[in-house]
Design a protein around this ligand. Sequence first.
Ligand code: XDX
Length: 263
Amino acid sequence: MPDLHQPLMIITDLDGSLLDHHTYRWDAATEWLTTLRQYAVPLVICSSKTAAEIIPLQKRLGISGSPFIAENGAVVQTHDQQRIRLPDNTLTYDAICQRLASLKTAYRFTGFHDFSDPEVAAMTGLSEADAELSRQRDASEVIVWRDSDEAFDQFHDALRAEGLALTQGGRFWHVMPAGSGKGEALRWLLAHSPGEARVTIGLGDGPNDAPMLDAVDYAVVIKGYSKTPVTLSRSDQQQIYHTAHHGPEGWREGLDYFLTQPQ
Ligand SMILES: O=C(O)[C@@H](COP(=O)(O)O)O[C@H]1O[C@H](CO)[C@@H](O)[C@H](O)[C@H]1O
C-alpha cells in the first residue's frame, strides 16, 4: 500500500470525481486537499476541461502552477508552465473543427463550437461565464450526437480516417487527435517531470478515465453516472478500488482506502 511518507503523486479527473457531477462542488474532498498540501504531495488535474477552466480552478484549490492535463490528454501544461498539444503539437482546434465540418453533411451532431454560451450552460449546469471558458478549446471538440446508433459506428470509422479519436466523458463525446488520451498524456507528463519517481494514485469515474487509471500505480474507480462501464485493462485487483460513493465523497473514500489503511 502507498503511504504519505513516500514520494506520491495524485492524478485526478474533475467532473464526477473531485467535483460533484451536478454542482461542481468539492466539499467532501477538502480535508484530503489540506493533508496533501501538508505532505507536499502534488495534485495533477487530468480532465476533459480546457486549460482556461482548469487554471482558475487550480487557484481555488490552492494548487496554482501545478502541471495539468486538459482536453482529455490533447493538451498538457508542464511544471515550467509550457503548454503543448499532444501527440505531436500539430492539430489545432480549428483544424479539428474543419475536419468535423466535412462530416456534417453525412451525420447529425452538434459541437461546442456551434453552441452558444447560454446553450452550454443550460446543458451542463455551468454558469455562462464558465461555459464560455469551456468553449475556449485548444485541441479537442465536445459533441452531442443526434443521429442513430448505426450512423455512430460509421462516424467513428470516418473520424479514424481523418486521424481523429473519440472518447466518452460523463456527459459528452469528445473528438481529439488520434494518439492522444488521458493515459498517453500522463505517461508523457511523468516522463517529462523532474525529480525522483513518485508512486501514483489516480482517481476517475468515466470511460475516458480508463487509460489514465491503467497508467497509475493505484487506481480509484469512482462510482459514476455513465451507462458505459469503466473497463480497465490491468488485472492487479489489489491495486484497484471501486468506491461506493459518487463524486467527492467517492474521492475521499478512495484516498481513505489507499492512504489510511494500516501497513
Ligand atoms: O464530457 C463531460 O462530461 C465533461 C467531463 O469532464 P471530466 O473529464 O470528467 O473532468 O467535459 C465536458 O463538459 C464539462 C461540463 O460538464 C466542461 O466543463 C468541459 O469543458 C467539457 O469537456
